[in-house]
Write a protein that binds this ligand. Structure first.
Ligand code: IPM
Ligand code: MG
Length: 372
């Protein structure tokens, strides 16, 4: 298969984790004889520093002309700590999501038994956890009108949704639920918000077309508690933009690290794949960030193109690395941590070698394609 991919390393640890994802794409290209052409572009704080804007026309056009976008992370504390700055990296991300019409952000929450000891949850709560969050990504309070009074003493952000914005992601979520365990939970705040009542109405109507799917409704505050207290009860969570942002970070705690969670954002044409974590500026350049979320986002990209064998191979590589203690410090527990680049090298090596890699203490079998 031949595809054009725009790679946006972004800020902080973004370039480090994206580099590991790129190794995996190259290994898959090699093994399966695909031609995924990669083109890098500036995005985020680095783009503000270089060009004065987080998303240049040239980067946006490159994304629009691609089949997919692979993003690292954006953000820099120098922008967070000064609320008066008019240009911020996040504006670029929101503009990109809107321009690519990426209305549906899919965030799977997976547990790995080998990580049970790094999850703060009790082990019995981790059994049977397999949920996915469908977060609406181009509407709601993120995109509503923003106002500040002239004297700067009051401000407002409008949260607004139209029925069609809800129904297009709701249909995707119901379809996905039918391929899973037929259970959909709408998370909202319908006891307070008009927009949430509209979500309930639209979802109730669509649910008539999916009689096999059981639909639950949960207020977001209760959902936050339930996701921690009994995560195994959830199959698919459907929710609006802001609630999805918060609930998905919370749910990552179940897995044991934010560094494990990938995501896919899909819309009309171009799709985007990115880890859900941020730019982790404290770790920038230290080669210690966990690249697995980034690598698993690459797996979601192959799945999006219908290349299931490739996706499976990558996921097996990630599991193999964990089982062989090739893990970064966030999930190492009392094991010796590996660097970000070593984890990437080993998973790429696993792929190149079709899984025939043996680790004996610190030595790896070395072949022509795979030198660690
Ligand atoms: C995410 C991030 C973004 C969001 C930020 C960086 C704007 O937290 O993708 O979850 O809030 O959507
Ligand atoms: Mg977030």
């Amino acid at each position: 298969m031949e595809k054009k991919i725009t790679v946006l390393p972004g800020d902080g640890i973004g370039p480090e984790v994206v580099a590991q994802g790129v190794k995996v794409i190259e290994a898959i290209n090699h093994l399966f004889d695909h031609k995924f052409h990669l083109k890098e572009a500036d995005f985020g704080a680095i783009s503000i520093d270089k060009h004065g804007t987080p998303l240049t026309d040239s980067t946006l056009n490159s994304c629009l002309e691609s089949d997919a976008v692979f993003l690292g992370a954006i953000g820099d504390p120098k922008f967070d700590n000064d609320p008066s700055l008019p240009v911020r990296p996040e504006q670029g991300l929101l503009k990109l999501r809107k321009s690519l019409e990426l209305f549906s952000n899919v965030r799977p929450i997976t547990t790995y038994s080998i990580l049970n000891d790094v999850s703060p949850l009790k082990n019995h709560l981790l059994e049977n956890v397999d949920m996915v969050i469908y977060r609406e990504l181009t509407g709601g309070i993120y995109f509503g009108e923003k106002k500040k009074s002239e004297d700067g003493t009051s401000a407002s952000d409008l949260c607004s949704y139209s029925d069609w914005e809800i129904s297009r992601i709701a249909y995707q979520a119901f379809e996905a639920a039918t391929n899973r365990r037929n259970k959909l939970t709408l998370v909202d705040k319908a006891n307070v918000l008009e927009t949430s009542r509209l979500w309930r109405k639209v979802v109730q109507e669509i649910s008539q077309e999916y009689p096999k799917v059981t639909v639950d409704y949960l207020f977001v505050d209760n959902a936050a508690m339930q996701v921690m207290a009994n995560p195994g009860q959830f199959d698919l969570i459907l929710t609006e933009n802001m609630f999805g942002d918060i609930i998905s970070d919370l749910a990552s705690v179940i897995t044991g690290s934010l560094g494990m969670l990938p995501s896919a954002s899909v819309g009309k044409k171009v799709a985007m794949f990115e880890p859900i974590h941020g730019s982790y500026p404290q770790a920038k350049g230290q080669d210690l960030a966990n690249p697995m979320a980034s690598i698993l986002s690459v797996a979601m990209m192959y799945e999006h193109f219908g290349l299931f064998q490739e996706a499976e191979m990558i996921r097996n590589g990630v599991k193999w690395a964990m089982n062989n203690e090739v893990v970064t410090q966030d999930i190492a527990g009392d094991r010796e941590p590996s660097t970000c680049s070593k984890v990437g090298d080993m998973i790429a090596c696993y792929i190149e070698e079709r899984g025939n890699v043996n680790i004996k203490s610190d030595t790896v079998r070395v072949s022509l394609n795979c030198i660690i």
